[in-house]
Design a protein around this ligand. Structure first.
Ligand code: VGL
Ligand code: ZN
Length: 198
């Protein structure tokens, strides 16, 4: 354990809330087990960041109707997060601040994107805001959170994974756990509300 690790928030920190959309929650077309449980936890993280005047970035899976990741197009997933549908909307219970920066990903029919950095301007937005450390939570541990964390570390950001505010699809049992282990091995740190609020 690096004793110099700072868990207290500082300028240059940002919260990244990933894909809290109806289709990933109970009743949705790609409902993630326990997905609803992260919403109140993320609301508390949002409060903490807003109170400290630190920016909140929010991503959304934002697919056209015949997206390549859908089964009818040969992809692995049921149709989900189609622009203009209820399933694509952010959960009503998620309390997004008016200042939240929204990043849409996988917006073209021919490309999927599990990383929020892929074909988006997230990196530029973060750099313009002077962000060096990303605190990431949301859905899903084994896809968007994992791939976004990989890219963030590659791009030189420090990443803190909000382990109490992520849930996995777990297509194969254990995928979520393996994703967390991989993120740690790559250099991400795990953090929970208790540690951050301390
Ligand atoms: C995701 C499954 C399908 C994700 C997106 O962003 O985690 N997972 N599409
Ligand atoms: Zn998707």
């Amino acid at each position: 354990m690096n004793t110099l690790e700072r868990y207290d928030l500082q300028p240059g920190d940002a919260l990244l809330v990933t894909d809290i959309q109806n289709d990933f929650l109970s009743g949705g077309s790609l409902a993630v087990p326990g997905g609803d449980e992260v919403v109140p936890v993320l609301n508390r993280y949002i409060d903490i960041f807003v109170t400290r005047n630190l920016p909140v970035f929010v991503t959304r899976d934002w697919h056209p109707e015949h997206h390549c990741s859908f089964r009818a197009q040969g992809g692995p997933w049921p149709p989900h997060c189609i622009v203009g549908t209820h399933g694509a909307e952010f959960a009503a219970a998620l309390r997004l601040p008016p200042s939240a920066v929204i990043i849409s990903k996988a917006t073209t029919p021919e490309h999927d994107a599990y990383s929020s950095f892929l074909r988006t301007d997230l990196d530029r937005q973060l750099r313009d805001a002077g962000i060096r450390r990303i605190f990431i939570g949301g859905l899903t541990t084994d896809y968007c959170v994992l791939n976004t964390t990989r890219d963030a570390l590659q791009l030189g950001y420090q990443v803190f994974v909000l382990v109490d505010a992520i849930r996995a699809v777990d297509v194969q049992p254990g995928d979520g756990q393996r994703a967390v282990e991989e993120m740690i091995a790559l250099g991400a740190k795990c953090i929970s509300l208790q540690k951050l609020a301390a």
